[in-house]
Design a protein around this ligand. Structure first.
Ligand code: FE2
Length: 325
């Protein structure tokens, strides 16, 4: 079934097309982030100004026409309200015009599922790390199939911490990768480390790093921030692996692009004989293909919506979304 998926929860307006789980195209455009971060109204304006072009590019890369599309899906949440609205309205217009089914997809589930499906992992412990979220999850079947949260951040997502600090340092573009590059020449200095069971916190670490700007080299701060933050995630993940007895570990989300985090998790996986899965960066960053992939499964399982029931939920939690396999 050919499904077109639209992702617009934050800075990215992405459109992906899948057919029977195979990605036919994955096009996107990104709102340029400077030191002021994402301004919701401006980002939404950017998305609506580019929506038609990105949809057209995705159809052309897939080698199909709009009339070939058999289902449409969009990110219903979590995310920035005005940005989510643009994706929702675009999807509704396509569904209405073509008379096809429409699915409301949870952004976090989409990140997890595309990584799980493309890396050939079946029943993993999941470390989901992105700008807005940082969670450790496993699939639970009651009262409905969903990703149950075993541990999560008490405050901000790890990606938010990395981006906030990159902006505080004036690094441009303000992405976690600029922290990773700066960290390459750094040495370790003592930093706050907060793990409670399988939960963790990043605001103390961020505040400490911001206070050190001008007093320590940026290389040392970036290196130490990164080492502590990733070690916190690894400690909580390792504990969850022992508690659940899972034999597979999946890492997904925007921060799963970090080579250092993957390197640390690979050590844990090798130590304990656990299979580790992740996907290439294109599918870890926000993208439309992940929405299309989950949307196709939802529609095939009868989990589609009427156009009038389609909504957005800025705080749509991972564990509130039904997972269709
Ligand atoms: Fe994301």
């Amino acid at each position: 079934m050919i499904v077109l998926g639209i992702e617009s929860s934050a800075h990215t307006f992405g459109v992906g097309i899948v057919d029977k789980g195979k990605v036919l195209s994955n096009e996107k455009i990104m709102y340029p982030i400077n030191t002021s971060g994402i301004i919701p109204a401006k980002a939404a304006e950017f998305h609506s100004g580019n929506a038609a072009k990105v949809i057209k590019n995705a159809l052309s890369s897939a080698g199909i026409s709009i009339d070939d599309v058999e289902g449409v899906a969009y990110t219903a949440g979590p995310g920035i309200g005005p940005c989510l609205q643009v994706g929702q309205l675009s999807a509704k217009a396509i569904a209405q015009e073509l008379g096809i089914k429409i699915a409301q997809v949870n952004h976090c589930v989409a990140h997890i599922e595309i990584a799980r499906i493309l890396s050939g992992i079946d029943d993993p412990l999941v470390l989901y790390v992105s700008g807005g979220n940082s969670q450790i999850l496993e699939l639970a079947n009651k009262p409905f199939p969903h990703y149950s949260v075993l541990g999560e951040t008490f405050d901000i997502g790890i990606g938010n911490m990395l981006d906030s600090f990159a902006r505080a340092l004036g690094l441009n573009p303000a992405w976690g990768s600029s922290i990773e590059r700066t960290a390459e020449k750094g040495s370790y200095i003592k930093m706050p480390y907060t793990v409670k069971g399988m939960d963790f916190s990043f605001t103390g670490l961020l505040t400490n790093c911001i206070k050190l700007i001008g007093k320590e080299s940026k290389e040392n701060i970036c290196f130490s921030m990164q080492e502590n933050a990733y070690a916190m995630l690894c400690e909580a993940t390792e504990r969850a692996l022992f508690l659940t007895g899972k034999k597979e570990l999946l890492i997904s989300g925007g921060v799963a692009q970090s080579n250092r985090l993957k390197e640390m998790l690979k050590c844990i996986s090798m130590d304990h004989g656990i299979k580790m899965g992740y996907v290439q960066n294109e599918f870890n960053a926000d993208n439309g293909a992940m929405i299309a992939m989950v949307g196709e499964r939802m529609i095939q399982n009868g989990k589609y919506s009427s156009i009038s029931d389609c909504k957005i939920d800025q705080k749509y939690r991972t564990d509130k979304a039904e997972v269709c396999r």
